[in-house]
Design a protein around this ligand. Sequence first.
Ligand code: PEP
Ligand code: MN
Length: 335
Amino acid sequence: MIVVTLNEDADPAAVRRALVARGLWVETLETSGRVTHLAAVPPSADVDPGTLLAIPGVSDVAATPSRHPRVDAHPTAVRVGGVAIGAGAAPVLLAGPCSVESERQIFEAAERVARAGARFLRGGAFKPRTSPYTFQGHGARALGWLRRAADAHGLAVVTEATTPEEAGAVADIADLVQVGSRNMASFGLLAAVGRTGRPVMLKRGMAATVEEWLLAGEHLLVHGAPAVVFCERGVSGGGGSTRNLVDIAAAALLAHVHHLPVVVDPSHGTGRRDLVVPLALAAVAAGAAGVLVETHDDPGAALSDGPQALSTAELARLAAALGVHAPDERRARHG
Ligand code: PEP
Ligand code: MN
């Protein structure tokens, strides 16, 4: 919040107009029936508080210190597993099945996603499932399959750690350690993942505010994470017509106001494969550095999240829409 103190002879309405003109939301604070201060809330506009002192009638400007200084200082683009993610870089496609179902399946998936132009192979070894009666993932042995499959096709790996105990094993094989939506505020996990020293993809909690999401990023950075890629995956609500509500505005806010690397997951965001391409395009148009999507060679047979998995043809359509290219095509274009 930015609190603006007025001179005794200030015209509060004129100062208010000047603040609103800079994009600030303004609340009036009265002392003994006189407007003495104006408060800018929430501080979402990209305004340097010091510049507000130039407004006639303003005697002082005090900005509450940020609660996430490390996030504020985080670079706007990072390099992870040899791939640039963030402002100025080409959109990055991170793709793969919801779960690593077998060694054969993940090798086949790696081949398909590499051919489509993805740079990261995703796939859950440790699955945070809402029901305890559904497939929970193959655990540690799936990590080795995932790494070898990615290496065979020149891909980086993103996969999730769900407990502090798993963090080390996941970080040993992953280029980007995923913290899932259900665990965004599991502070012990954030500390353990941060301590591994690996870059992290931090999914937004399904009921988290943007500020809570940024503070979760601060937890990771304070414990040693060298980089955080934020992932908007939709928040709860909306009456069930889509699985979640994809907050494209939050992605734009992180990209353009906080200047952070942010990707969007339209698969978990919508739960519908027919909406993945339009939402992916909306995300990139809004400033997202890339998209995380689920794909399966036989979506109907997927052990988890089949309804939102893209077929191979749909993955190719997504890649074409995003303008991402397979390695041989990339070489041909860029020499
Ligand atoms: C996932 O990406 O595998 C996943 C479980 O997603 P989320 O945490 O967004 O539900
Ligand atoms: Mn999934």
